[in-house]
Every structure is written in C-alpha cells, then in structure tokens.
Design a protein around this ligand. Structure first.
Ligand SMILES: Cc1cc2nc3c(=O)[nH]c(=O)nc-3n(C[C@H](O)[C@H](O)[C@H](O)COP(=O)(O)OP(=O)(O)OC[C@H]3O[C@@H](n4cnc5c(N)ncnc54)[C@H](O)[C@@H]3O)c2cc1C
Length: 556
C-alpha cells in the first residue's frame, strides 16, 4: 500500500507478510510502482465521508492499463461500473472473486483495454480543458457583448463618434458568442485620457498595430473631456482645463488633431472684499494696500514683507520666505487647507514651490510659450486622434471585464497603479473635487475666467467657461469646485509616507512585463496635460524601439 497512513490508527490496519505499507511517494515515483501491479483496488469503506467522493484514481489506474476492483462508490459505479470497465464488489467474498476474474479477463486480449482507452479518450484532460475554455469564453463574450451594447447605445445617444467603432462589431460578429484566442488587438490601452489616447494614436498610426482603447467612463478624453451642456454651452465636465506648454514638440504633435484658439488665462482672487489679480503682481499689491508703487519699487516691497528662512522645508516656508506672513494668510493658507485638507506647514515645499510673484502688471496666469485652447474643444481633438482604422474604443468598460476575452500582446495602463495591483500595499491617497455646474440666464457671470476664493467660501474657485472657449451665447455656464477627501482620484497627496507607498507599487510595476504604466494615475504624479503628452510620447518611443528590435528578431 502506497500513501501516508493518516486519520487511522496504524495498529488497526491488516497485517500479513505480503502486505507492505510503503508510506507516501512522490508523483514521479508512482508509475514505477504501478508498473509492477497485477490489479488496482479501490477498497473504500462506504460511509458519510465517502458518499460523494469521486476518485480520480479510477481513470488514472485505467489509463495505466490495470484492471480495477472497487467498492460501490457512486461515481465509480456510474459510469465505470456500468460501462464494464471497473468491477464492483462490496463483500469480502465478492471482492476476492472480482479480483480473480479481473486478473484473468480484464486484459488487452479480451477487448477490455480497447474499451477502456475509447472511454478515457472522451474525458481526457485536453478535452476537459477545452470544454471549460469554451464555457469561459462564451460567458465572457456574453459580458463583452453586453458592454458593447451599452457602448453602442451611448454612441447613438451622442450621435458623434460612430466611426470609432467601425469594424469592431464586424470582428466580434464573425463568431457569435465566441471570442477567438487569436490576438484581435496588439495593444490594450486602458484609459482614453491624454496619456492613453496619445499612445494609442502613435501605435496605430506609426507602427500600424491594432489597438483597443478601453475606458470605464462613458466618454473619451479622461479628465479633459468637454461637452455641450443642456443650454448648448461648451463646458469642461471635470473642471477647467487650460492648455499651456513650453514644449514645441508637444504643441506640434497636438496640432495634427486640432486647430487652436489663442487663449491666455487670467485669474482673480477674492481677498478682503476685492477682486485682485493672482499671481500677485504690481496691481494686486497697489489695490490691496491702496498704494501707488512702481515695478522698480516692488522687489523692495516684497523684501520688506518676506521672512527669510534658513531651511525651506514646507510649502508655508516657501511662501512666507518670499512674500511674508500677511500675503501668505490672505492668499495661500486657507486656499491650500481647503484644497489639500492639510495646512501648508504640513505639505512638502514642492507643492507650491512654483507660485510666482511678479513685480510688473503681467496678469497672465501662465507664461508658457504656447497658450491656446483646441478650437472645437478637447473632446473633438480626442475624436480626431482616435479616429484611425487601427483603433477601436470601448467605453463603459473596466478593462478587467474584457482583458481575458480579448487577449492583446501588451498593455498600456493609465488607471490608478494601486488598483492594478488590487491595493496590495493599501490605497494611495488622492484629493478629489465635487463639481457643481450651473447655467445663468445672462451673458456674463463674473469679470474673469476664474475667480479664486481663498478664504470665505467652501468652494475654491468659480470658472466661467465662455471665457475659455470663446463661445458666444446669451446664457453662461459656470462651475464651482468643492475639494473633497473622497471621490474620483484627482490630485496625488504629496506626503512622504505616500511617496513610500508609491515606491513599492512602482517596484511592482517595473517587474510586470508587457505592461506600460503611463500618466498621472499610473505614476501617482500630478501632471499637466502637456506633461502627460510628453510622457506618453516618450513611452511610445520605448514601445517603438522594442517593436523594431522584435521585428528584426522576427518575434512580433
Ligand atoms: C480639476 C482639474 C483641473 C485641471 N486643469 C488642468 C489645466 O488647466 N491644465 C493642464 O494642463 N492640466 C490640468 N489638469 C490635469 C489634467 O487633467 C491631466 O494632466 C490629464 O487629464 C491626465 O491625463 P491621463 O490620461 O493621465 O489621466 P485621465 O485623464 O485621468 O485618464 C485616465 C482614464 O483612465 C480611465 N480608467 C481608470 N481606471 C480604469 C479601468 N480600470 N478600466 C478602464 N478605464 C480606466 C479613467 O476613467 C480615465 O478616463 C487638471 C486636472 C484636474 C483634476
């Protein structure tokens, strides 16, 4: 007898000179034992614990060509007993007699072995595996079709992006219910925001590879998505997005997909009952303090307010050392507390290290070389970008729903890195925002595109979209932003302990072959749109080099 003696007192086991208890053996050793047997026995006692067993040993013994005698265990009787492949016996006398007959009759010459082989062929592991895969495939395909139906409905409702799906439904309909195991797509791109869309566009247009872009939201464009609201005014669903960059490459790249409307952003801050320019400039100071300073006097004025610090560690240090405590309190402290839920003294210096102060009247919010808005909006730009025969887009779909049903060679992942790894090291904290959109029955709501409310309100700012888009309309639409601790992930919280958690996820990401982690969520960094584009173009270059190497090597 081979196998460990467990759950039974060894003293109660039958003892004879020719019965040997050899203990447990490795799987590799078993065939060597089996080859010496005349017959295999399944002498299970019949009781509550054996009532529902289904011994895999039965087909294994038969596959070894050994006659088998078993007690009447249900799953052995049916089918093996009924098919005449295994002899069933319950009493000692029956068992002895069955063993003697089996040794004589269950042999190749009697035709028994051919019957056994024919039966086993039907239940081979290969067949079992293939039936399981068919069931899994058809279950996933049903789910996929449901997602597509939702997507197509949303397309119909939007009536805009039909071309994005050209050919996709054809591919699936070729084999209803079953998605083939071949690669329908070379790349799965998770996320249709800037990061995902840029890479998808490059791979499709430059490498000629097939790309499936999946986004769990009902639209493309990620956080930069804009749309016409019920009054027909173009608004940014996730708060104002102003394009600005110093990178000529980025600007020229995007210019392939949109014309531009020149736009320089301006912001006022509501402080001490007045609306004053921000970043703080000559006019801000003169208005707030009732002064009449000139640009030449400004450096001296700032210096008189500044509280020099030996070490600049926190965001508070940054501001106070530059413009003093009073301006810090008026403009920065409460705004930061609202925005981050943390006092600037608790935030790393990097968070507001780039807050500029000006000595002249320049009231532009950004000073980048290129400042412009897509002429027909961001979403239109994304549509043009993704409108390529090699790109298909699926919306309302979490990539995990389709990843197995639609195998792709490689993945570009622009979702949250912690979610990719099932929050293995805990959740990476983000600050979120709640947006309250309103339309007012007048052409202008406020005197600037954005008004910041550092102190008195629960919201941080109000944006009036028509300034950004240049649209003319009798009404006007605005959005309030209320910072929140919970909600969609918008701003990574720049604390050292979070950087530590991210480091661990980054190590996992680096060790995950075939997946590129790109964008603000996958790299846990606050990126502006142009930075996302630049990063995506860089990652695309890596992909392209890898493709070239693989093509030369004949792999892909
Ligand atoms: C309020 C606000 C204002 C901003 N203003 C500006 C600005 O004025 N100028 C500027 O340059 N930048 C601005 N930004 C930054 C800008 O939004 C980002 O740089 C850019 O949108 C990030 O692009 P992305 O593709 O990396 O991420 P996202 O745009 O977030 O795209 C990621 C996409 O992945 C999808 N996704 C996530 N998980 C899954 C999943 N499991 N399955 C399928 N899909 C998934 C998400 O639905 C999302 O659509 C602002 C950001 C915010 C929050």
């Amino acid at each position: 007898m081979i196998g460990p003696v467990v759950k039974i007192d060894p003293a109660t086991l039958p003892r004879r000179d020719n019965i040997h208890y050899l203990g447990g053996k490795s799987y590799q050793e078993l065939p060597a034992y089996l080859v010496g047997w005349d017959l295999a026995m399944l002498p299970f006692a019949r009781n509550e614990s054996t009532r529902f067993i289904s011994p895999t040993k039965t087909p294994e013994y038969l596959a070894a060509g050994k006659p088998v005698v078993s007690t009447s265990i249900r799953d052995v009787v049916r089918p093996y007993g009924q098919e005449g492949l295994v002899r069933i016996a319950d009493t000692v006398a029956e068992f002895v007699s069955a063993v003697e007959t089996a040794i004589k009759e269950d042999c190749p010459e009697s035709g028994w072995l051919a019957k056994v082989d024919a039966f086993l062929k039907q239940i081979s592991w290969d067949r079992t595996w293939s039936s399981m895969m068919q069931l899994i495939d058809s279950a996933l395909a049903t789910r996929l079709q449901r997602s597509m139906a939702v997507y197509l409905t949303s397309l119909e409702e939007q009536g805009t992006t039909d071309s994005l799906m050209d050919g996709f439904s054809t591919g699936i309909n070729q084999s209803p219910g079953i998605v083939t195991r071949d690669f329908l797509f070379d790349y799965l791109v998770v996320g249709a925001g800037f990061s995902g869309s840029v890479i998808a566009e490059r791979i499709a247009s430059q490498l000629g590879k097939k790309v499936l872009v999946v986004d769990k939201r009902s639209h493309i464009g990620g956080n930069a998505y804009d749309h016409y609201d019920n009054s027909g005014i173009l608004v940014h669903k996730y708060g104002p997005h102003i394009f600005h960059t110093n990178s000529r490459d980025v600007f020229e790249y995007l210019s392939q997909f949109t014309e531009w409307r020149s736009y320089e952003h301006r912001v006022l801050a509501s402080v001490d009952g007045q609306l004053v320019p921000i970043p703080i400039n000559l006019d801000t100071i003169n208005k707030l303090y009732g002064l009449n300073l000139t640009s030449f006097q400004m450096p001296e004025f700032y210096a008189s307010l500044a509280e020099p610090k030996e070490y600049i560690r926190t965001s508070e240090d940054v501001v106070v050392s530059k413009v003093g405590r009073e301006l810090y309190e008026k403009f920065f402290r409460n705004y930061t507390r609202k925005q981050w839920g943390l006092d600037p003294s608790e935030l790393d210096k990097s968070v507001i290290s780039r807050i500029p102060t000006r000595t002249n009247r320049d009231d532009r919010y950004f000073t980048d070389t290129y400042q412009a808005m897509p002429l027909h909006g961001f979403t239109r730009m994304f549509e043009t970008m993704l409108n390529h025969p090699n790109i298909k887009v699926m919306l309302n779909t979490d990539y995990r729903e389709i990843q197995k049903a639609i195998p792709c060679r490689e993945m570009v992942y622009t979702g949250p890195v912690d979610e990719f790894f099932d929050l293995r090291y805990g959740k990476l904290p983000y600050r979120s925002l709640e947006f309250k959109h309103e339309t007012h029955n007048k052409p202008v709501f406020q005197p600037a595109p954005v008004v910041n409310y550092p102190n008195e309100q629960l919201y941080t700012r109000i944006t009036e979209f028509k300034y950004l888009t240049g649209q003319e309309h009798a009404k006007t639409s605005i959005v309030y932003e209320f910072p929140r601790a919970e909600g969609d992930p918008y701003y990574p919280v720049p604390r050292p302990e979070n950087a530590e958690i991210y480091k661990k996820y980054k190590a996992l990401a680096d060790a995950t072959p075939g997946v590129y982690f790109v964008g603000r969520l996958a790299t846990y960094k606050y990126y502006n749109m142009d930075q996302c584009v630049a990063q995506a173009l860089t990652v695309y270059k890596q992909i392209s080099v890898k493709q070239q190497v693989a093509t030369v090597g004949g792999c892909l």
